[in-house]
Write a protein that binds this ligand. Sequence first.
Ligand code: ASP
Length: 332
Amino acid sequence: MKKRILLLATGGTIASLPTEEGLVPGLNGAALAQLLPAGALDYYEVCVRDILHLDSSNIQPEEWQTIARHIFDNRLDYDGIVITHGTDTMAYTASVLSFMLRGIAIPVVLTGAQLPMTHPLTDGLENLRTALAMAASGAAGVFLAFNRKVMLGCRAVKTRTTGFEAFESVNWPLAAAVDGNGLQVRPQAIPVGAGECVLREALCGKVFLIKLTPGLDPEVFDMLLQMHYRGIVIEAFGAGGLHFVRRDLTAKLHAAAQAGMSVVVCSQCLYEPSDFSLYQAGRKVLDQGVIPGRDMTTEAAVTKLMWVLGQTGDPVEIRDYFSRSLAGEVAL
Ligand code: ASP
């Protein structure tokens, strides 16, 4: 029997058409599916729904909730779900869906393209075909398919503006890849589900990301507190360091923690885990109660903090969520 796949279209370059104002998402999901080569759809029973028509720069927490609800409401009627989405914020969407739909029992696969589907050299055909194959694979979880590779949604990072190798799986092996034997799924790279899937869609939008620069003025944290931000992710230096000489970030982080702000510290290096216990410049902030982000991507750290703060305001519970891997986003 053919696998039943739901294709949810949200816009992005894959669906874009040229206009006088630049590329604008203009194709609906049915048009995207029709552009697949003859026979590509014969393997599946595909049902198409248009849920958004946006450049992904305009996809924000409200749209994440819309996408999550569509997935949740349809999860029992399909073997897998494919979401076409702009590439620019796809890694954020893939990460946050991993938390909102924790324990989802079917494959949910995001994909898109660097060139519109109507372009003669589009990469969209290959990406969509890979996503469909992954959606039919039975591997449970949220994934991102691009350039014949499939990665965990919460490990994906967009690393190229135009190259077809646009996404990388950071600090985690690929979940699947296409080769001469077809789609090769790697079960050892896919975390086992965490019980029954419950839609947890509450998110806190008041999370700020700071990329540390030498000499950053600590008063920026006062400003964020005044603006009622509840969480900050800091991309610190190297394996884990923040300045405390002359401009003392440590004291400010202490004050922020006292005021109820949750602070997660990661590295601005893309690869390998951060370890804030290595240097004095890192240990000082751990002593202030900041939460180590370890090997999480920035996208995963930001969306996890938005999601966790949507679930609880209790500092002990927040810390507990960050001490666990919810969807494979952190290696412990
Ligand atoms: N600006 C587009 C988007 O993210 C880029 C793309 O889809 O590749 O919607």
